[in-house]
Design a protein around this ligand. Structure first.
Ligand code: ASP
Ligand code: MG
Length: 460
C-alpha cells in the first residue's frame, strides 16, 4: 500500500491513555504497510479554552486569561508526566510545549493591553492546541524507538489570509508539503504534524476553521498523492441509521462522497464532507475508523460509490422540524410568488430545507424556527400561512435510487399507512425524503430499516 495519512481527532488524544492508543495504531499501520503521515487535533477542549482566554484578554481581564492558559498548561504537563516516566525525556518534551505557552502568554498580554483582538492574533492563539498535541504524540512515537519527524504545519499548508477560515493554496501547498514531508517519508520516518493550522505565504499563522484537522488531513493527503486517508474518531463510521432511533443500525462499509454529503445534513457528525473534498477530487479514499475499536472495518468514502447492488446506503432523520405551508390567495397563475416567499426567509436569515410545491401552495421545513413569528407576519401580507411544529424529516439515501425507478415506490410502500405531510425526490435522485409527524419517526425508521437493511442486521 502507498502512503497513508492517519488523522486523530480531539477525543482520540484527549488524555495520556488516548495518546498511547494513537501510538499503538500508528505503529501497527507502519508495520502493516507503507509510509505514514500522522495529523493530530488539539486535545479535546483545548481549542475552546484558548479561544475563551482570548476573549478574556480582549475584555482586559488578563488574570482570567492567564488562569485559563494555566489550566491548559497543567493539562499538557499532566499528560507529559504520565507518558514519559524518564524525567530526562519528559523535560525535553515539556521544554517544547512550554515554549508554546510562553508565546501564547505574550500574545494574550498584548491583546489585553490593546483591548483589541485581531483575527490574526486569535488564529495565533487557537493554533497552539495542535502545535502542542502534535509535539507530544511525536515524542511518544519516538520513545517507542521509531524514527519520527515533527513537522510545523505552517511550513506545510500554505493558505490565503482569511484568518479563522483560511483556504489552502493548492500548488503552493503541494510544493511545500513535498519539500517538508517527502524527505522524512523517503528516510522511513513517521511525519507528525498538527491539523487545523497553516500559514500565509509570508508565514503568518492561520487556521482552517473549527474542526479543520480533517481538512488538514485531506489537504496533506492530496498534496502527497496519498493512497488513503484515515480519519480516526470515536465512532465506528457512518451508520445505516441513527442508533438512538433504530437499535439495529450498522456501519455503512462503503459510500460515495455524494451520499456522505446528503447524510451530513442529518447530523451524521462524523465529518463534514466539504473538508474531505481535496482528497475526493483526487479519488483518494477516506476511511473513518474508531480509535477505541481499531479492528472494526469502518466506513470508506470514495468519489464513486460502490456498485454492490444494495438498494439504499442509509436512512436518516431530523426530528422536531417546523413545517410552513404557504397558500397563495390572489396570486393563482401570477408569477413571482415563490420569489416573494423565499425573499421573506432570506430577509430573516432562515434556511429552508425540504420544499414541495403545487400551483397555489408551497410547503417548507425549517430546523431553526427562532424567527418564525416575524416570518409568518411577513408572509401573511400576501398569502395564507399555516405553521406546524413537531414534524420530522425522514430521508432514504442511496446512489442506486438513480438507477432503479421502482425503489422510490418501495420506500413509500414500506411506510405503510403512516400519514405523510410532504414527499420529495430532488433532481440528484439520491434521496427520497418525506415529512411526517415526529411521533411517527420510530415507526417510519424501523419499517424502512427492516425493509432495506434486514440482510445487514441478519448477518450480525
Ligand atoms: N482543534 C480544532 C477544533 O477544535 C480543530 C479540530 O479539532 O479539528 O476545532
Ligand atoms: Mg474534530
Amino acid at each position: 500500500m502507498g502512503l497513508v495519512v492517519l488523522k486523530f481527532g480531539g477525543t482520540s488524544v484527549i488524555d495520556a491513555a488516548a495518546m498511547s492508543r494513537v501510538v499503538r495504531i500508528v505503529s501497527h499501520a507502519r508495520v502493516e504497510g507503507g509510509p505514514v503521515v500522522v495529523v493530530v487535533s488539539a486535545m479535546a477542549g483545548v481549542t475552546d479554552a484558548l479561544l475563551h482566554a482570548c476573549e478574556a484578554a480582549r475584555a482586559g481581564t488578563i488574570d482570567d486569561a492567564e488562569a485559563r492558559l494555566a489550566a491548559v498548561e497543567a493539562r499538557h504537563r499532566a499528560v507529559i508526566d504520565t507518558l514519559f516516566p524518564s524525567s530526562v525525556r519528559s523535560q525535553d518534551v515539556w521544554r517544547e510545549v512550554s515554549r508554546e505557552h510562553d508565546d501564547l502568554r505574550a500574545v494574550l498580554k498584548s491583546v489585553a493591553v490593546l483591548r483589541e483582538l485581531t483575527p490574526r492574533a486569535l488564529d495565533r492563539v487557537a493554533a497552539a492546541g495542535e502545535l502542542m498535541s502534535s509535539r507530544i504524540v511525536a515524542a511518544l512515537l519516538r520513545a517507542t524507538g521509531q524514527p519520527v519527524r515533527w513537522a510545523d504545519p505552517r511550513r506545510v499548508i500554505v493558505t490565503d489570509d482569511s484568518f479563522g477560515g483560511a483556504q489552502p493554496l493548492g500548488e503552493a501547498t503541494r510544493r511545500a508539503a513535498s519539500r517538508e514531508l517527502r524527505p522524512a517519508i523517503a528516510a522511513g520516518e513517521i511525519a507528525v504534524l498538527g491539523g487545523f493550522v497553516g500559514a500565509t505565504a509570508d508565514g503568518i499563522t492561520t487556521t482552517l476553521g473549527r474542526g479543520g484537522s480533517d481538512f488538514s488531513a485531506a489537504i496533506v493527503g492530496a498534496a502527497l498523492d496519498a493512497a488513503e486517508i484515515q480519519i480516526w474518531t470515536d465512532v465506528d463510521g457512518m451508520l445505516t441509521a441513527d442508533p438512538r432511533v433504530v437499535p439495529g443500525a450498522q456501519p455503512v462499509s462503503r459510500l460515495s462522497f455524494d451520499e456522505a454529503s446528503e447524510l451530513a445534513y442529518f447530523g451524521a457528525k462524523v465529518l463534514h464532507p466539504s473538508t474531505i473534498l481535496p482528497a475526493v477530487a483526487q479519488s483518494i479514499p477516506v476511511r473513518i475508523l474508531n480509535t477505541l475499536r481499531p479492528d472494526r472495518p469502518g466506513s470508506v468514502i470514495t468519489a464513486e460509490g460502490p456498485r454492490d447492488g444494495r438498494p439504499l446506503t442509509a436512512i436518516a432523520c431530523k426530528r422536531n422540524v417546523t413545517v410552513v405551508n404557504v397558500t397563495s390567495t390572489r396570486m393563482l397563475l401570477a408569477h413571482g410568488f415563490l420569489r416573494r416567499v423565499f425573499e421573506v426567509f432570506g430577509r430573516h436569515a432562515t434556511s429552508v430545507d425540504v420544499v414541495t410545491t403545487s400551483e397555489v401552495s408551497v410547503s417548507m421545513t425549517l430546523d431553526d424556527d427562532r424567527r418564525i413569528d416575524a416570518i409568518e407576519r411577513d408572509l401573511s401580507l400576501f398569502a395564507t400561512v399555516q405553521v406546524e411544529r413537531g414534524m420530522a424529516i425522514v430521508s432514504a439515501v442511496g446512489d442506486n435510487l438513480r438507477a432503479d425507478p421502482a425503489l422510490a415506490v418501495s420506500i413509500i410502500a414500506a411506510l405503510g399507512r403512516l400519514p405523510l405531510r410532504m414527499v420529495s425526490q430532488a433532481a440528484s435522485r439520491r434521496n427520497v425524503t418525506v415529512v411526517l409527524d415526529d411521533a411517527d419517526v420510530p415507526a417510519a425508521m424501523g419499517r424502512l430499516h427492516a425493509e432495506f437493511f434486514a440482510a445487514v442486521e441478519a448477518t450480525r
